[in-house]
Design a protein around this ligand. Structure first.
Ligand SMILES: Cc1ncc(COP(=O)(O)O)c(C=O)c1O
Length: 355
């Protein structure tokens, strides 16, 4: 008799799902993955490709992409031993979770937060201590500190600014959380370039248990190239690098990163545009009846509507793809969309206003 294939595998697989993006990844107006609306200019792509052509494609890259790590370390002003580069920050999340968790270990995750955290914790058979956000979606710092102490957690994951709520912790709050327990504290700063708050990078020299995570997929507009970074003290980085996939970053990612960092005004211009449009969208959404809008600290906005599934479908019928985040705790009937091009934002607002 044939065995059930599932019985041959890690039992934790029964508690996680295949990653899916509802509505897919194709749309006329695509606002569902918090990407930048602007691709790199063609002249820069050509420069990058010219350099990439000169590389030996038959040779492995370095085990860790030293050139990219050096460029980023110089850019943020830390020694190269303090950074680790990955193939997107998702890969770094796998690495850091492998280094910090395992059966019987405990991770504190504010809820709702980025879905991959919970998935990795379940896969690694660790216990999740979930701490709900406040009803207005802000972090509950007191509750996080209380749970960290009482549950003696091993690991704390703070996405700030947070996906999907668009709310942030101040660096003082991160410091207080990191100082209140011996847990390793991962501060995922995927959206930091859009934030009013300061980065937690300033804590790295001060607290030995803090790791900052960065991605080049949002403000740096490189989601398709896959670049992430962890930044911490060299001793912790050394340990974190142990479970890392060797050769995970290709030569193209390193070259692209170096060229984009050398032309960083492209990024600051994009960020200024996004912040400006975010404010305009926020003001416009305030005046739409039956739409509640939450103040955002990211490149995306959260709204609450009467029936999120039906609004999602109506927008989709107009070629506008947003994310239905209603399934997350405290986010009933909420939709998420990133700032797009001026014309895309205008069409979104006019459609929402007409519903
Ligand atoms: C909070 C957060 N962390 C990490 C990621 C992963 O980004 P990437 O793997 O593209 O670097 C995302 C992507 O949406 C995110 O929202």
């Amino acid at each position: 008799m044939q065995k059930d294939i599932k019985s041959l595998l890690n039992p934790a697989l029964q508690n996680i799902a295949v990653y899916k993006v509802e509505g897919g990844q194709q749309a006329e107006i695509k606002l569902n993955q918090n990407e930048s609306p602007f691709d790199l200019p063609m002249w820069l792509k050509e420069e990058i490709l010219g350099e990439f052509q000169q590389e030996p494609w038959n040779r492995y890259p370095e085990i860790l992409p030293y050139r990219g790590m050096k460029a980023y370390a110089d850019f943020i002003g830390v020694p190269v031993e303090s950074v680790l580069m990955s193939n997107g920050s998702n890969e770094m999340l796998y690495t850091i979770f492998l280094a910090c968790l395992g059966p019987g270990r405990k991770v504190l995750i504010p809820e709702p937060s980025f879905s991959l955290y919970e998935k990795l914790a379940v896969l690694l058979q660790s216990r999740i201590v979930g701490v709900p956000m406040k009803p207005g979606l802000d972090f509950d710092v007191e509750a996080i500190m209380k749970a960290a102490r009482e549950e003696q957690v091993d690991f704390i994951v703070l996405s700030t600014p947070n996906n999907p709520t668009s709310k942030s912790l101040s660096v003082e709050e991160v410091r207080a959380i990191a100082a209140c327990s011996d847990a390793v504290v991962l501060v995922d700063e995927a959206y930091i370039e859009f934030s009013r708050e300061r980065s937690s990078l300033e804590l790295i020299g001060e607290l030995q248990n803090v790791i900052v995570l960065r991605t080049m997929s949002k403000a740096l507009a490189l989601a398709g190239i896959r670049i992430g970074f962890a930044i911490s003290n060299p001793a912790l980085m050394q340990e974190i690098s142990k479970p890392k996939i060797p050769f995970a970053s290709g030569r193209l990612a390193e070259i692209t990163l170096m060229r984009v960092l050398a032309n960083y005004s492209l990024v600051t211009d994009t960020v200024s545009y996004i912040l400006n449009q975010r404010e305009q969208l926020y003001q416009e959404l305030l005046s739409i009846k039956d739409v509640e809008v939450f103040a955002s600290d990211t490149n995306f906005l959260i709204i609450r509507v009467a029936d999120a599934a039906s609004v999602f479908r109506s927008l989709q019928n107009e070629g506008i793809l947003v994310r239905n985040v209603s399934g997350y705790p405290l986010m009933e009937n909420c939709l998420r969309f990133n700032v797009g091009l001026v014309e895309e934002n205008r069409r979104l607002i006019s459609k929402l206003g007409a519903l």
